[in-house]
Design a protein around this ligand. Structure first.
Ligand code: EPZ
Length: 429
């Protein structure tokens, strides 16, 4: 088990370059299953989730070639199975995109129920209802294998009764080569949905309205290949914006789409930070004391649930009482116990957390309970007095490329200790 050791108290200053969006990449890589030719994907983040989903495609028979750190070429033409049996599939939430992509290509799919970060129940009922509306029979067999079978997929009118990113993407994947028109209402509007639609359209798909809540997909006979560059990661950018504001720093965050960051910018400004927007960069600084604010997470364009834990760290040391309402997941406050170990004064009641701002946090041994919770622990450690050790950092490395290097380059005192339990074992034996 690896861990991060962070000595707090250093303000961040300098430039950070943002990588490609994880949640776009983990949808677009499976989408290549639908391609009729080689796809070259650029600006991919160098994170374990991308490595895992690429490996799964290879197991299915795709030829995956790494061109450089952020570019892969994927030739899906030799995929000859609709069964994804590999153990890797079960451990990754985004492996559910294999369902839509394999169904779209073969009319059938066999994929185990997905794993991933645990924030309470994470059902896929809306995905399955969408597939059924397109003419597939869906069944979850004993052992958790999801089975989809269809004679012919036919476009349909589908209304999502809960706004779901995953269901929106999966329905697009399954509908893109179905016969006729699919109209998807109450669709999710996240930037990575637009990115997926742009990627598929660049291969010859006919998808309109992505980024609004009505998406129209007219099925096409076949798709070609494409060269495509993934959008910048909104949440990676937001995390460094929060870190810059928390440490009273001054950081230029480059390779971003400022429009995607507006809800985050608004909250940081409310808390007393200054945010300047440029064409493809934002500069975040703070000289005044941190204030307080209330926040409710919502589907895009609301404040993203994936930024909730990172923002909460600022509220924990803000001046006054702040209320956080989690509007997407049932249980996304596990990190609050970890923050309390560092001196935060916070309470949780269901989907609401209340933070009474304290003067300072103090370094402590803590865990990354999930990906974004881990990012929050890093921000807390950067502003804490003393040393913080963060365990379970594999969660963080699923979604943040080169996080240690990026933070060190702007003045953080952070290092990764590899396999410390092995060291401890060997010392004790
Ligand atoms: C995506 O998860 C992201 N993951 C999550 O990011 C993110 O938190 C979430 O969207 C919300 O923005 C990926 O893109 C890989 P949903 P997803 O379907 O698609 C309910 C991160 O940290 N729901 O939009 O699984 C569900 O319970 C990760 O990067 C159903 O009821 O989320 C939740 O309350 C973590 N039935 C709500 O919808 C369904 O069939 C939104 O979930 C599907 C979802």
């Amino acid at each position: 088990m690896d861990k991060y050791v962070i000595n707090g108290g250093h303000r961040l200053e300098g430039r950070i370059h943002i990588g490609g969006a994880k949640n776009a990449a983990v949808a677009i890589i499976p989408a290549t299953i639908l391609a009729g030719d080689v796809c070259r994907l650029e600006n991919l983040p160098n994170i374990s989730d991308v490595n895992v989903i690429s490996k799964i495609l290879q197991e299915l028979g795709a030829k995956v070639t790494r061109i450089n750190k952020s570019t892969l070429e994927i030739d899906p033409r030799h995929i000859n199975t609709y069964e994804a049996q590999h153990d890797l599939v079960k451990n990754m939430r985004a492996s559910y995109y294999l369902l839509g992509a394999l169904l779209g290509r073969f009319g059938k799919a066999r994929v185990p129920m997905p794993g991933g970060c645990y924030f309470g129940v994470r059902p896929i009922d809306l995905h399955l209802k969408g597939f059924e509306a397109l003419g597939a029979k869906a069944k979850v067999a004993s052992g958790g294998m999801v089975q989809l079978d269809s004679e012919k997929l036919i476009g349909s009118h589908i209304y999502l009764d809960v706004v779901s990113v995953g269901a929106t993407i999966n329905i697009i994947l399954a509908a893109v080569k179905a016969r006729g028109l699919t109209v998807l209402e109450n669709a999710a509007r996240e930037p990575h949905i637009v990115d997926l639609a742009n990627f598929l359209n660049s291969m010859g798909a006919d998808i309109r309205g992505a980024g609004t809540d009505v998406i129209k997909i007219r099925g096409v006979e076949s798709l070609g290949g494409a060269t495509y560059s993934i959008i910048p990661d909104q949440i990676e950018a937001g995390t460094y914006m929060a870190a810059a504001a928390a440490t009273g720093g001054d950081v230029l965050i480059e390779n971003v789409t400022p429009k995607h960051l507006e809800s985050i910018t608004t909250k940081l400004v409310e808390l007393g930070a200054k945010v300047e927007e440029f064409d493809d960069a934002v500069r975040v600084s703070r000289t005044q004391p941190l204030l307080k604010c209330n926040v409710k997470t919502m589907p895009h364009p609301g404040f993203p649930t994936d930024m909730q834990p990172q923002l909460a760290v600022l509220l924990a040391v803000g001046n006054g009482t702040s209320i956080v309402t989690e509007g997407v997941w049932d249980n996304r406050f596990q990190y609050v116990d970890e923050l309390r170990k560092m001196g935060a004064n916070a309470s949780v009641n269901g989907k609401i957390a209340i933070f009474e701002g304290v003067k300072k946090l103090t370094g402590a041994p803590v865990r990354a309970t999930d990906l974004r919770a881990g990012a929050a622990m890093i921000i807390a450690a950067l502003i804490a007095e003393g040393t913080t050790e963060i365990e379970q950092i594999y969660h963080i490395e699923r979604g943040y490329e080169d996080i240690v290097e990026k933070l060190r380059a702007v003045g953080a005192d952070i290092k990764k200790i590899e396999d410390y339990s092995a060291d401890t074992d060997s010392m004790s034996s």
